[in-house]
Design a protein around this ligand. Structure first.
Ligand SMILES: NC(=O)c1ccc[n+]([C@@H]2O[C@H](COP(=O)([O-])OP(=O)(O)OC[C@H]3O[C@@H](n4cnc5c(N)ncnc54)[C@H](OP(=O)(O)O)[C@@H]3O)[C@@H](O)[C@H]2O)c1
Length: 240
């Protein structure tokens, strides 16, 4: 009897925060992760913390051709892809009246366009493996707030894309999970929130565990978009 090959996950933004937490939890369950991000050292340092063998691909996903190359190189190395976790993203804030064309393009590119490009490139491999796609969206997709026009538009688009992929994936054996989290304590908040507020945000490790648990659920279960948030608003000082 031949041993089953280990499942393989491509995790964008896998060098830090939510992406790394997802990779850690998937890896603890025996998944080989391919960590993608721009910072080679961060990716390598992250890979050494994982339980299962991991590889890194340092690349700017917004560069034309990069999503295709990530999939090609992953298939060349592993011959299969079971999960793509789309966690790479930026949280650049500006009121709509001050959003430059460059700002808009940068946010939409990494938060939305790259997700489409990588999904398209990986669709056949995921269909072959009966694989899964995890979209790390945001609460801003469903509850936008003033001052984050490009971010909210990108995540709103991501939720809409996720719903289309979920419906289309059903016919090809691909499950699509869209997670819309509120505040997670990651470096995305560096310089944007004080320590006291960050301490009340959701821990990235907990979000990673949730993602790995969802990926591990019985495949006869279809999963609607999920909103998660800290128990209390981290920006509101608790009563003494
Ligand atoms: N933290 C929150 O409160 C929160 C809430 C809701 C949703 N989210 C979403 O969670 C996701 C992950 O964010 P995070 O909170 O974990 O923050 P993070 O640690 O800053 O993660 C963002 C990741 O995206 C990667 N990335 C950014 N631009 C890239 C590019 N052009 N090419 C390749 N990789 C790129 C970064 O790696 P490099 O810099 O090395 O490229 C980094 O690893 C984002 O999509 C974010 O919108 C976060």
């Amino acid at each position: 009897m031949t041993a089953q090959p280990a499942p393989v996950a491509v995790v964008t933004g896998g060098g830090s925060g939510t992406g790394l937490a997802c990779a850690s939890a998937l890896s603890a369950r025996g998944t080989s992760c391919v960590l993608v991000g721009r910072r080679q050292e961060r990716l390598q340092a992250a890979a050494t913390t994982l339980d299962a063998p991991a590889t890194v691909m340092a690349a700017d996903l917004t560069e034309p051709g990069t999503p295709d190359r990530i999939i090609e190189e992953t298939l060349a190395a592993h011959r299969r892809i079971d999960v793509i976790v789309h966690s790479a993203g930026v949280f650049d804030k500006a009121p709509a009246s001050e959003v430059t064309a460059d700002h808009w393009q940068r946010v939409l590119d990494i938060n939305l366009n790259v997700v489409m490009a990588l999904t398209r490139a990986g669709w056949e491999a995921l269909s072959d493996s009966g694989g899964q796609i995890v979209l790390i969206s945001s609460i801003a997709a469903v509850q936008p707030f003033a001052g984050n026009a490009a971010y909210a538009a990108s995540k709103g688009g991501l939720n809409a894309l996720g719903e289309v992929l979920r419906l289309e994936g059903r016919d090809c054996g691909i499950r699509v999970i869209t997670l819309s989290p509120a505040q997670i304590d990651t470096e995305l908040w560096d310089g944007k929130a004080p320590e006291s507020v960050r301490a009340r945000m959701m821990p990235a490790a907990g979000v990673g565990e949730l993602v790995a648990d969802l990926v591990g659920t019985d495949r006869r279960i279809d999963i609607d978009p999920i909103i998660i948030r800290p128990v209390h608003d981290p920006w509101v000082e608790p009563e003494p």
